[in-house]
Ligand binder design. Structure first.
Ligand SMILES: Cc1cc2nc3c(=O)[nH]c(=O)nc-3n(C[C@H](O)[C@H](O)[C@H](O)COP(=O)(O)OP(=O)(O)OC[C@H]3O[C@@H](n4cnc5c(N)ncnc54)[C@H](O)[C@@H]3O)c2cc1C
Length: 558
């Protein structure tokens, strides 16, 4: 039926690999057309699951770890057009991203908020020649010609184009200022005579946005009767046309079915996933690592006053200094070629020094040091494989690559940003629907993305010392989050462990002064829900505390 070559066929006698423990009756799915198997529950897998559900297709979404635990949680958290992509001539990407930014500001106001960014400027004409070369296509992406100190005229031109591309935007346009003007971020006037400002948007918790996409998809599927399953900490084994879904921890097979299509939405893991499926493929990914840190440096927060700075590190790489929750500031990012398991990516001391230096360059009186780092994280960008020496020049465009070495139609999502998750999902769904000869019934262009737990997010964004000290028998220690909200989250948001709950549902990893007591209370709620045993309780709490310490130079009060 399919024209795909059957290179991954395993011999009949080993349809299930010997090390797999098979549960007595793994579930099977009989739906026509068969559900689509999506591997990877990051923002792109979730957006695609929703788009397919909207079109009545069944979905089984499998992740070897937790929802949104990959690049989605380890990003700069911007919903942006990508000003610097203009420099690389990625005009269609900028246009698409800006259109999606406008859409998300409208459809997902709980998650996406406008952000004003300020660019400190040292000179008038820096980067004009390089920008012009790139603009007319004379730039060779395989050579690094990173611009140092972009000048006022280069920036004005870029920002003018940026605003033009954001045609339907309701955000204020760009402006240029003297650094002595009132009302702008107070950058070092001795170095920066000018400052340019422009608008973009920020998504504080892409983790919760991803959950909102999935909760919406589940609700849509419940309405149409289509299959919808999210299986975290599971993996897929492909045996001919049959997929066995097994629990990572026990290798027990829980589900066996023949998907109509497989989508590899595993981001930076795309190549490893194809290898695990035993599907032949050329190298597709050339991820780069980006590190961030979060500081609760009070003066930096006051200087920003809710605004952001977009500056350059010593080597010309763009750096964001962004307002974050609870009077904290998020700073990133680096851009280094990365080989290995993306789950092992961590911020090195050198990267943290590099980012700290970039902040001090803009605000020298601040004397920020690595001791001010409260938490750091690193993610691997799912970029297409490329030979370029300049990681910043690797295209951020996405593509959907078919694989012809598999019996089941198989597509890999390459690239993609938080910002374009919906448009990438729409594009991928078009391909899948065409492949299955199904006419598109609906799309997500006007469908709101709602936070199902708004009170929880409002509390997370506004943790304050007074709230932290408020004790109540109905709320989690030091947080103001109600036990009822936590129970709903446990019930409806595919929680399987204490780490899922604390880090990617309640966002407590960003709490300025979380106490161990709160983690113990969460563990008790998981015990009540049958997701943890009393014997495992202390270990679970200790593991989280230890893990958070490795990501924190100044551990919170756990
Ligand atoms: C440092 C950095 C900064 C960024 N900043 C921004 C930004 O400000 N704005 C923006 O728009 N974009 C940004 N991005 C890009 C954006 O974060 C990513 O493009 C996006 O999150 C990718 O989502 P994804 O779902 O494709 O991948 P991921 O979020 O990485 O999800 C992939 C999932 O696949 C799972 N997985 C792995 N192997 C398997 C397997 N074999 N089977 C099943 N599941 C598997 C993983 O556990 C993971 O959950 C940034 C990225 C990085 C790294």
């Amino acid at each position: 039926m399919f024209e795909h070559r059957a290179c991954c066929l395993w011999p009949q006698h080993c349809r299930i690999t010997p090390h797999l423990a098979v549960s007595a009756n793994p579930l099977t799915l009989n739906q026509n057309p068969a559900p689509v198997l999506i591997l990877g529950a990051g923002i792109n897998g979730a957006a695609l699951a929703r788009e397919l559900a909207l079109n009545g297709l069944g979905v089984v979404l499998v992740d070897t770890r937790d929802i949104a635990s990959g690049a989605t949680a380890n990003s700069s958290r911007l919903i942006h057009g990508g000003l610097r992509y203009l420099e690389h001539g990625d005009f269609p990407l900028v246009r698409e991203s800006l259109a999606e930014r406008t859409r998300l500001l409208r459809l997902a106001p709980h998650f996406v908020r406008p952000l004003r960014l300020f660019i400190p400027v040292r000179n008038r004409f820096g980067g004009v020649v390089t920008a012009a070369r790139r603009f007319i296509g004379l730039h060779d992406r395989s050579h690094s010609d990173r611009v140092l100190h972009r000048g006022l005229w280069t920036l004005r031109l870029g920002l003018w184009m940026y605003d033009r591309y954001a045609r339907e935007s309701t955000l204020p346009g760009h402006a240029s200022h003297r650094s002595t003007d009132a009302g702008i971020v107070p950058v070092d006037r001795s170095k920066y005579p000018w400052v340019c400002s422009f608008s973009d948007a920020q998504i504080l918790f892409p983790e919760r946005f991803t959950l909102a996409l999935l909760r919406d998809a589940e609700e849509i599927a419940a309405g149409t009767g289509a299959e919808f399953r999210v299986l975290t900490y599971h993996e897929a084994m492909l045996v001919g046309r049959t997929v066995n879904i097994t629990r990572v921890a026990t290798s027990e097979t829980v589900l066996e079915f023949q998907p109509s299509v497989i989508v590899n939405a595993t981001g930076a893991w795309v190549d490893q996933t194809l290898e695990a499926l035993q599907v032949e493929s050329k190298r597709q990914m050339g991820g780069t690592k980006g590190s961030h840190f979060i500081t609760n440096h009070r003066r930096l927060c006051d200087l920003l006053d809710g605004r952001a700075v977009y500056t350059e590190a010593g080597d010309g790489r763009p750096i964001f200094i962004l307002p974050f929750v609870n009077q904290m500031t998020l700073i990133g990012t680096t851009d280094e070629l990365f080989e290995g398991d993306p789950a092992d990516a961590t911020a090195t001391p050198e990267e943290l020094e590099y980012l700290v230096a970039a902040v001090n360059e803009v605000f020298p009186g601040l004397a920020l040091t690595v001791d001010d780092v409260r938490l750091h994280y690193a993610g691997v960008r799912p970029l297409p494989f490329s030979n370029t020496a300049d990681t910043g020049a690797i295209s951020r465009r996405h593509s959907i690559e078919p694989n012809t070495h598999c019996e089941v139609p198989l597509y890999s999502l390459i690239g993609g940003k938080l910002t374009t998750c919906r448009s990438l999902a729409e594009e991928a769904a078009d391909i899948i629907l065409r492949r299955l000869r199904i006419e598109r019934a609906a799309n997500s262009r006007e469908r709101p993305i709602e936070e199902r737990e708004p009170a929880l997010v409002a509390t997370s964004v506004a943790w304050s010392n007074s709230q932290s000290n408020t004790a109540s028998s109905q709320t989690l220690a030091g947080t103001g989050i109600s036990f009822d909200a936590i129970k709903r989250v446990i019930e409806h948001e595919w929680v399987t462990s204490l780490a899922d709950l604390a880090e990617r549902r309640l966002m407590l990893i960003y709490h300025p002064a979380l106490r161990r007591e709160a983690l113990e209370q969460l563990a008790d709620l998981l015990i009540d829900a049958g997701l943890l045993t009393s014997a495992e309780r202390n270990d679970a709490v200790n593991t989280i505390v230890a893990r958070w310490r490795t990501r924190s130079l100044r551990p919170c009060r756990t």
